[in-house]
Design a protein around this ligand. Structure first.
Ligand code: OSB
Ligand code: MG
Length: 370
């Protein structure tokens, strides 16, 4: 397959609720939507980069630059036997996993549309339903947080994740546990702690959390291994894992017992499958993270987590939690039993509502094969 055209849109969608983490607060989902065309078929993918480099180093501007000046010219020079050949072809470009991922994912989506197959089938997953979990941001007070937990558990979500940061951790976990003794509950610190906090973090142990996600630095695995030896709560890594090699090294060191897989953080579907495979071979459970995606990225996540190693509920929640009007029809819905249907149509499997995409588009840039 030879790509003929790549288009990037800068899209801006208002979020229904501000989402606050230890690194910042988001009120608007501003992302790049990439469309790749070959032989009269077009595939689409959503980038997980944000306007700022507060989660990981990439931003929408760096992604646009790396796509325009490096990755797109590079793919135009290739004849691709399969989408799995895209990520290896990007090897010379160091880092920039989010930029690599969005182009790679668009090629997989295009490929599955050409095959008339749902994404999960070309990725090697299975049809059916997936288990949904929910990620709750930092709230203004404990009462508001408890109210959010009540709403989400009533909606059926199979596990609850809450964001924590120094000063906003033990009391909030204690309050949730007091009211929900058996709820599968976890916390995500987004790198807000250091090894000076070991004894403080160990005070989470009595609450029986399923895991603590990324307590230490975004680029660390060594300190996480040190911390892991002093905690009973399993550590899950998010930010620190940006390739299958990162996962292998983290597991060799004992830095984590669970891995959060985000397609956009590991260079695309090939990277995500590779991380999944490394973990599965060692009996390490993985789950699919989220980045407040619109339906386009959200559905990509739904398909990914049909692979057999995704044994824990992910952060893939209903479109309606984020947006008044999602970009796909139907929106992603969560059934009362806390599951999401895996679409059977070609590609992501739901229609993209182009008039809504147009309204949300701020700029478009198009490149054609020379
Ligand atoms: O660390 O998992 C994270 C959102 C933005 C950036 C990082 C993270 C998150 C979430 C939200 O936890 C998950 C979601 O609901 O999409
Ligand atoms: Mg996280």
């Amino acid at each position: 397959m030879r790509l003929e055209r790549v288009e990037v849109r800068q899209v801006s969608l208002p979020l229904r609720f501000a989402f606050e983490t230890s690194f910042g607060r988001t009120t608007e989902k501003e992302f790049l939507l990439v469309s790749a065309s070959a032989d009269g078929v077009t595939g689409h993918a959503e980038c997980v980069a944000d306007v700022d480099p507060f989660y990981l180093p990439e931003t929408n501007a760096t992604v646009l630059h790396v796509l325009r000046d490096f990755l797109v010219p590079l793919v135009f020079g290739l004849d691709l036997p399969h989408p799995a050949d895209v990520l290896p072809a990007f090897a010379r470009v160091r880092g920039h996993e989010m930029a690599k991922a969005v182009l790679e994912m668009a090629v997989w989506e295009l490929w599955s549309r050409r095959e008339g197959a749902p994404l999960h089938r070309v990725l090697g997953g299975r049809p059916g339903r997936i288990a949904a979990g929910v990620s709750i941001g930092l709230q203004k007070d404990e009462a508001t947080l408890l109210e959010r937990v009540a709403v989400e558990t009533a909606a059926g979500y199979r596990r609850v994740k809450v964001k924590i940061k120094p000063g906003r951790d033990l009391a909030l976990v204690e309050a949730i546990r007091a009211r929900y003794p058996d709820l599968p509950l976890m916390v995500d610190a987004n790198s807000a702690y250091t090894l000076d906090d070991v004894s403080h973090l160990a005070r989470l142990d009595p609450f029986g959390l399923t895991m603590i996600e990324q307590p230490l630095a975004w680029d660390d695995i060594v300190d996480h291994a040190t911390l892991a030896r002093q905690l009973r709560t399993p550590i899950c890594l998010d930010e620190s894992i940006r390739s299958a090699d990162d996962a292998r090294r983290a597991l060799d060191l004992g830095a984590c017992r669970i891995v959060n897989v985000k397609v956009g953080r590991v260079g695309g579907f090939s990277g995500a499958i590779a991380v999944h495979d490394v973990c599965r071979a060692r009996g390490i459970p993985v789950w699919c993270g989220g980045m407040l995606e619109s339906g386009i990225g959200r559905l990509a996540n739904v398909h990914l987590q049909t692979l057999p190693g995704f044994t824990l509920p992910g952060d893939t929640a209903a479109s309606a939690r984020y947006f008044d009007e999602d970009l796909v029809d139907p929106p992603v819905e969560v059934a009362p039993d806390g599951t999401i249907a895996v679409p059977e149509g070609p590609g992501i499997g739901h229609e993209i509502v182009w008039p809504r995409v147009e309204r949300a588009t701020r700029r478009v840039e198009t490149w054609t094969r020379p």
